[in-house]
Design a protein around this ligand. Structure first.
Ligand code: TYD
Ligand code: MG
Length: 452
């Protein structure tokens, strides 16, 4: 009889310790160790490192390996295929993260319903019953005659089913509800998530089945079992959006089979998610007059331009001055204000500065720098920037305006949306004239003052 052993695992980084401690030595988190029971069979690897399924692989030299391109399946959802890298890759493991209620189940239900007419698919849910999923599928007007569904949460039982059913594409909804009987900790704990996901990844690699794993995001913004899942899977997608907006953004943060930083845009409608193929202007409010503190930036996501309004509010601080950046990097805002102070002599040390990208969009690019500075100046001086003007450009610590990728394409995209003036880095000046667009090229941050 094997005896169970006690160990302690960190909730944040999954490091294990034989004794309880107040602080995790690995990630330095306090009070993050949970007790868990490990069966002796699991703690002591058996022959073959605890892994018993399948024969061991032979060592090869790489010139013997035939270059084989990935086999992909189209989901008939253009936006989803593009984000994945030309469709679902055979044998890959994809993690789909996002807030509860954002539409993860809906997205995969639609994709699987489309795939099910051409291949064997299986949707396993630990969250919803067959009736609930079926009702939703019918509401989305999908053909469910080939749609196989299983309600199960124990990973050993799931694996046993998979051996006999052998689907081509599998969905696990969600990893937080799945548990392995080899651990005594509760479903949803880091160790359960890690072990269950590891078993599913092994299955995908052995069988060539594509596995989609849905993961809910915790308040801290990481998929629960922080980061432990991200490095185990091939592709990590995050589904984001504002509760009040119908638009949903599908962002790729890791992809072994396609580009990262690609962005899929969907609209949540009464009949499910619809791809938005021309998203340039969806985040613009269409303001008819200029207001102080507002600028329009042209972001670049994957292969497309997106125009978004950026707003700043600079007001007298009551107490310690605040720096708040929503949708942007907070430390970048502090840096830009320092550059503004050093090179333009405009000091906002006694002011609160709030900057917000409208529509809940995240703009991680440095191309937003110039727009942030312009919006802050506009609010500070209470002077509006013309509302038909777009701005982009990176700002260096020496006050120089640096070029950004796809400069000319950004200007062309803005011209198509009816904008008439572009304030851009000199090095991004378009090579030929763009109809209806006045180009203002700047080299240094000091030149921004003359534009106000
Ligand atoms: P869901 O896919 O269940 O979210 P998740 O799996 O990420 O928790 O999405 C649920 C939300 O989507 C719910 O608030 C209702 C909305 N919704 C629509 O607006 N239209 C639809 O056709 C469907 C299926 C859902
Ligand atoms: Mg769901």
């Amino acid at each position: 009889m094997s005896k169970a052993k006690t160990q302690y695992r960190c909730r944040e980084c999954a490091a294990t310790y034989p004794k309880w401690m107040g602080q995790c030595l690995d990630c330095k988190a306090w009070n993050s160790l949970d007790e868990e029971q490990v069966s002796a069979a699991q703690s002591k690897p058996s022959r073959g490192g605890g892994y018993t399924g399948g024969a061991s692989q032979a060592i090869v030299t790489l010139d013997q390996v035939k270059g084989q391109s990935h086999i992909t399946y189209s989901t008939d959802m253009g936006e989803f295929d593009r984000v994945l890298g030309q469709g679902v890759v055979k044998g890959s493991v994809v993690l789909l993260g996002g807030d509860p209620g954002i539409g993860k189940s809906t997205l995969l239900l639609q994709a699987i319903a489309n795939l099910s007419s051409r291949m064997k698919t299986l949707y396993i849910s630990g969250e919803e019953s067959a009736e609930q999923v079926s009702l939703r599928g019918q509401r989305l007007d999908k053909d469910l005659s080939q749609f196989s569904f299983l309600s199960e949460t124990e990973v050993e039982k799931i694996l046993a089913t998979l051996q006999s059913f052998a689907p081509d594409v599998l969905v696990i909804d969600s990893i937080q509800t799945i548990f392995t009987a080899t651990l005594s900790s509760a479903p949803g704990s880091v160790s359960q998530i890690r072990e269950s996901a590891a078993a599913l990844v092994r299955y995908a690699k052995q069988s060539g089945c594509t596995v989609f794993v849905i993961g809910h995001v915790t308040k801290e913004g990481a998929i629960a079992g922080p980061r432990v899942l991200e490095h185990m899977v091939d592709t990590v997608l995050y589904f984001e959006g504002e509760a009040a907006s119908k638009f949903r953004l599908l962002r790729v943060v890791k992809n072994r089979f396609g580009p990262v930083n690609e962005l899929g845009i969907f609209a949540m409608t009464a009949t499910g998610l619809k791809g938005v193929t021309n998203p340039s202007a969806i985040f613009l409010t269409g303001r008819e007059t200029a207001v102080a503190g507002s600028t329009i930036i042209v972001g670049w996501e994957g292969s497309r331009a997106i125009l978004v309004e950026l707003q700043a509010l600079v007001s007298d601080a009551l107490g310690h001055p605040k720096r708040v950046a929503l949708g942007l990097d907070q430390s970048r805002l502090t840096m830009l204000l320092a550059v503004l102070s050093r090179h333009c002599g405009i000091v906002m040390g006694d002011q609160d500065v709030y900057v917000n990208v409208v529509g809940g969009v995240k703009m991680p690019e440095t191309a937003t720098d110039l727009a942030v500075v312009l919006a802050c100046l506009s609010s500070f001086k209470n002077q509006p920037v013309d509302h038909k003007t777009i701005v982009f450009g990176e700002i260096g610590l020496a006050g120089e305006i640096r070029p950004v990728p796809n400069g000319e394409d950004r200007v062309i995209a803005a011209a198509k949306q009816g904008f008439t003036r572009a304030i851009i880095p000199t090095a991004n000046a378009p090579r030929k004239k763009i109809n209806g667009m006045e180009i203002v090229c700047i080299k240094r941050i000091e030149e921004v003052l003359a534009l106000m």
